[in-house]
Design a protein around this ligand. Sequence first.
Ligand SMILES: NC(=O)C1=CN([C@@H]2O[C@H](COP(=O)(O)OP(=O)(O)OC[C@H]3O[C@@H](n4cnc5c(N)ncnc54)[C@H](OP(=O)(O)O)[C@@H]3O)[C@@H](O)[C@H]2O)C=CC1
Ligand SMILES: CC(=O)C(=O)O
Ligand SMILES: [Mg+2]
Length: 601
Amino acid sequence: MAYNIAAVTARKIFSSNSSKFAQSCYVITRGSSSDGPQEPKKELINHSRVRGIDILRNPKLNKGTAFTLKERQLMGIHGLVPPTVRSVEEQTIRVLTNFSKRSSDLDRFIYLMALQDRNEKLFYKVLCENVEEMMPIVYTPTVGQACQQYGVVFRRPRGLFISIKDKGHIYEILCNWPERNVKAIVVTDGERILGLGDLGAYGMGIPVGKLSLYTALGGIHPAKCLPILLDVGTNNEKLHEDPLYIGHCEPRVTGQEYDDFIDEFMQAVAKRYGYSCLVQFEDFGNHNAFRFLEKYRDVYCTFNDDIQGTAAVAAAGVFASLRITKTKLTDNKFLFQGAGEANIGIAELLTLAMIEEGATEQEARSKIWMVDSRGLITKGRPSGGISGHKKEFAKDYKHMDNLEEIVEDLKPSVLIGAAAIAGAFTEKVILSMAAHNERPVIFALSNPTSKAECSAEEAYTLTEGRCVFASGSPFPACTVNGKTFYPGQGNNAYIFPGVALGVITCGVRHIEDKIFLHAAQCLSKLVTDENLAEGRLYPPLNQIQEVSLKIATELAEFVYRTGAASAYPEPKDKEAYIRSFLYDTNYEQFVPDTWEWPETK
Ligand SMILES: NC(=O)C1=CN([C@@H]2O[C@H](COP(=O)(O)OP(=O)(O)OC[C@H]3O[C@@H](n4cnc5c(N)ncnc54)[C@H](OP(=O)(O)O)[C@@H]3O)[C@@H](O)[C@H]2O)C=CC1
Ligand SMILES: CC(=O)C(=O)O
Ligand SMILES: [Mg+2]
């Protein structure tokens, strides 16, 4: 009983002296949204206004059974949680037990999303400590399945849904978002979700998943991250018939009306969060992705992850592969299956890298061959369709449209697939690569796993363990002739968290392509000889947080050297500076250590 009396007394003290308690609760945040010096500072969380059951219902504050007795009593939640006080380690065991007991990956996805909605710190702690097991759930491949069934999976809204009907009011909708100091937005219109096509408003799973990785892999505070779905309708007939569909059941708005909508969105973001707010375009249709990148890159702080992030991760894999094949970049012949956002992005970045290596642009482009839905991209081919970026890679060559024949004819040393055509790397294609190369390089980058060009096992088995392999979605280790290979995950998740962290902390306004080249070079240097010996073209996933930090640090060195940073004064120790911004997954203390129970006489 004594503690009840103390609690009443304490509650009085708490409410009359709230600022004293609040002062003990800090989070590290970046400075204001202004463009001035961006020293990290300790910011007060005003917990004092939230009390009682509202604390447990607030995922940012809730610690569940980890609240101490003092906290429970002072904050008016005593009795609202079971009496046992659990450590975060014990809570983690409970989460992992529940996670492993779920019968399917989709159930695991739902379980983790519920945890995120309930206790944000615990969600990120568990995700950060179990990246290898949980990234395939919150990200590809399971997030793809979740998007396809979003109507069923949907529990609570997360992120902002802005519809074409809201045209003229986008700024007001942004103002409804409770966080004022947003630094990073991932936005999609759902037209090309992974390799699954147009999923309309169901595509929201992607910005949510990507931003979970901003925090888990890049250490960016979740309050600084905003997922956005722009609902302009969908051309997916199945969704029009889906009674659970959460978006507009109308065909996509296109043309000027669509462009004006996106323009208004970008202007509203800048007005609400400043021009330094990072906007990552994700999974837009091909015909819009390139246009918007060109249109906005010099005006806003923006990049397209499918074009530029993917380019960097694939180029890093290629750079690492050179240490196995003992070749220079320009010694290779690259064949790309697919000539869309991902592959054009990769081809352009490799061109830039070859030019840095001393090649002329023409020489560099001559090494790169591309195949699209109409076959090999050759000048004046009868099937036509060579527009935009594809033109740069069109060759004076006979026309062919069968990948098996093309590989046999061209004998590429590197084969990269990103066309979402499952199984495109047939047995014949892989055998042909094996016949013409001692160490064939084969990247099956399409996501999710169901769209992969081939499996890791197929690639390693058919090449008798000689291939250098990476895939967009994870494949398990596989053993061939007694040797175990750990296939690398050539996914932009190795790039965008680190790039975003560097951009945000250094106040970069415009993200030039060289930033992605530096990110790729940095990533490939982090691959050890031991990694390569195991078949890994990337550092293991359990090191990915350190990888993001190194990429951000490398980027910081670059942007300060080139004058692209706006956060001044320039930090001497860039890594320490960036480290000081990282989100802390440990629980905050709501009651200062020094606090003593008051006298109750
Ligand atoms: N691993 C990673 O990090 C990433 C992987 N991806 C994956 O890459 C895939 C493609 O994405 P993205 O490039 O953005 O998509 P796009 O729609 O921009 O491009 C798809 C390309 O594939 C081509 N294509 C379609 N059918 C065939 C065919 N039968 N044979 C050859 N080429 C064909 C299209 O040809 P045409 O131009 O003629 O229409 C187009 O060039 C997706 O599965 C996506 O998930 C994407 C980003 C990152
Ligand atoms: C990984 C990714 O961005 C994609 O598949 O679209
Ligand atoms: Mg994508």
